[in-house]
Design a protein. Structure first.
Length: 164
């Protein structure tokens, strides 16, 4: 049975596609691509149908990541098929939990940086780099990479638990 993860930010052109690309790479490195699927979406539909921000693509390429992406808006009906919904900041977390049809679905929503043991206790947000320069995108990628290791470990535990 496939474990499904969806990364969610606001417009689905910066942070969430970056997290999707990094996590895809981690899953492939672990040899779990046949057991884990990941995609991304936005809480708002501003950029639906558009590709990822060119700065996102540039920082991903520089980091050795691949991304083929078209922005889309998160739909509450998706909770039924998803095992984990990963919010990139506390605002997304609140929106997604409000959208969740059931308490069980709301419990599927987690902050990405909650998987990074080195993250500062109070602030687990991945800052939105959209209105800044290239440095913000590089910082975002660093945060995403740091959290992806812990996220992969948690997902691996779930996948192995299903196989047992």
């Amino acid at each position: 049975m496939t474990y499904r993860v969806c990364f969610v930010c606001t417009g689905n052109i910066c942070r969430s596609p970056m997290a999707e690309a990094v996590f895809h790479a981690r899953v492939a490195e672990a040899g779990l691509e046949h057991l884990v699927q990941a995609d991304s979406a936005g809480t708002d539909g501003w950029h639906e149908g558009e590709g990822a921000d060119p700065r996102t693509l540039a920082v991903l390429e520089e980091g050795g990541y691949l991304l083929d992406h078209t922005a889309r808006r998160f739909q509450p009906s998706w909770f039924a098929r998803l095992d984990l919904v990963v919010a990139l900041d506390a605002g997304h977390l609140r929106v997604l939990r409000r959208l969740a049809p059931t308490e069980e679905d709301a419990a599927k929503v987690r902050l990405l940086r909650s998987y990074d043991p080195a993250a500062e206790g109070g602030d687990l947000d991945v800052p939105d780099p959209y209105y800044g320069g290239a440095d913000g995108f590089a910082e975002c990628l660093e945060m995403v990479e740091a959290a992806s290791t812990g996220l992969l470990a948690a997902v691996r535990d779930h996948v192995e638990g299903r196989a047992a």
